[in-house]
Design a protein around this ligand. Structure first.
Ligand code: HEM
Length: 391
């Protein structure tokens, strides 16, 4: 995980369906295989053990399909298959749909420029954390009804929770108590008083009823917010900082993008997402046998989809290790595919477009302190957590 790309190439070329006996898990590394596996429905692959199972979970081998957990206490809903998973996603996802997200554009632009006012005056700062990091965390706070002043604390908390220890990986559930300290009060405050304007993500979970008519308690509702709390905070800033750095290294590409920001930033953004997205893999557990190439994956066995390898698959993208701002990213797996397709897709793309555009408008040139930049390996992420720059 300190430098996974060369391993991915070996896997793609020689072992596209690679069995890891210790974890009873198959690692899939080719774009086409992952594209196909993530679209298979009918309960063949379910995130029964979570989409990011820790080593302790993978160390236990299953004899057959993993049954659904009881409805109470409700874990993060992604462990259930359709229809329950889809119902809960539907109940709280409205603010992340395209029309609602479009309305957030001016707010994101204002936040980006407020940050730039402070940072450009200072001259040296961390491009990941202090630019995109604060903007993304502020938007998450607003979506979830947390005070805006908590944005930098939320950002630091989420970053700390994703760092992995060697051997044990990262168990996001151990970071949960810290996250729930923010999220349980959000639910409690909203239950007590709804007079402060709309808060549809939280209200949707409070009002949701399971098929047996029962409701979520405070911790259960807060648990469903974890994905937005984490996903909304940590990915966008790393892509923006890394993507701007790649452009800065290629003055001719930077000039081409700046020549028409409105037309060109969306293309550059998609290439930044392909090239820089930090998440490396997500897991599913098989419920039904499934044959891929010469391997039959049995119920209870797992797959991990190495989407960061798919992003660099030469069978899909010519010269995949080159950053090419106007590459035709016709198919992408960076946001996943199928049932668990990223709920923040529209927001993430808008945030990246705005953050990149506003930066390019105001910053003609900058220097990266390459020795100070950090890309700490975690068991599922590899992204530039810290990019110190001088403008
Ligand atoms: C460019 C930035 C982002 C990238 C590359 C990204 C990528 C992904 C991917 C690959 C998945 C699928 C995981 C799987 O298949 O198991 C996912 C799921 C998810 N993302 Fe994102 N994401 C981004 C931004 C966001 C944002 C801004 C939010 C929230 C506002 C968000 C919230 C979520 C949630 C809640 C899920 C879980 C869906 C589920 O399993 O039910 N993400 N994301």
């Amino acid at each position: 995980m300190a430098d996974p790309l060369p391993y991915y190439k070996v896997l793609r070329d020689r072992h596209p369906v690679y069995y890891l006996p210790e974890w009873d898990t198959y690692a899939l590394s080719r774009f086409d295989d992952i594209w196909r596996v993530l679209e298979v429905g009918e309960g063949t692959f379910v995130a029964s053990e979570g989409t990011l199972p820790p080593a302790t979970t993978l160390a236990k081998h299953n004899d057959g399909p993993v049954p659904d957990p009881p409805w109470h206490p409700m874990p993060f809903h992604a462990v259930f298959d359709a229809p329950l998973y889809g119902e809960i996603r539907q109940a709280h996802g409205a603010p992340l749909r395209p029309r609602s997200v479009t309305k957030m554009e001016e707010r994101i632009r204002t936040l980006a420029n407020e940050r730039l006012d402070v940072l450009l005056e200072r001259g040296t700062f961390d491009l990941t954390q202090e630019y995109g990091g604060i903007v993304a965390a502020t938007i998450v706070c607003e979506l979830l009804g947390l005070p805006e002043e908590l944005a930098s604390e939320v950002l630091a908390t989420v970053n700390a929770g994703s760092l992995a220890k060697p051997k044990s990986g990262v168990d996001t559930s151990t970071a949960r108590p810290g996250y729930l300290e923010y999220l349980v009060p959000v639910v409690q405050r909203r239950r007590a008083d709804r007079s402060h304007g709309p808060l549809p993500i939280v209200d949707g979970l409070i009002d949701y009823r399971l098929p047996d008519g029962s409701a979520f308690d405070d911790v259960e509702a807060a648990t469903q917010l974890l994905g937005i709390f984490i996903g909304g905070t940590e990915t966008v800033p790393k892509i923006v900082a890394h993507g701007l750095w790649e452009l800065q290294n290629r003055p001719e590409q930077r000039a081409a993008v700046v020549a028409d920001l409105e037309a060109n930033v969306p293309l550059a953004r998609d290439e930044m997402i392909r090239y820089c997205a930090p998440a490396q893999w997500f897991a599913r557990t098989a419920r039904k046998p499934f044959t891929l190439r010469d391997h039959t994956i049995q119920p209870g066995q797992r797959i991990i989809t190495l989407i960061a390898s798919a992003n660099r698959d030469e069978r899909e993208y010519p010269e995949p290790d080159e950053f090419v701002w106007d590459r035709a990213n016709i198919r992408q797996l960076a946001f996943g595919r199928g049932q668990h397709f990223c709920i923040g897709f529209h927001l993430a793309r808008l945030e990246i477009s705005v953050l990149v555009s506003e930066w390019l408008k105001r910053v003609p040139e900058f220097a990266v302190d390459e020795k100070g930049a950090q890309r700490p390996p975690s068991s599922f992420q590899w992204g530039w957590n810290s990019v110190p720059v001088e403008v």
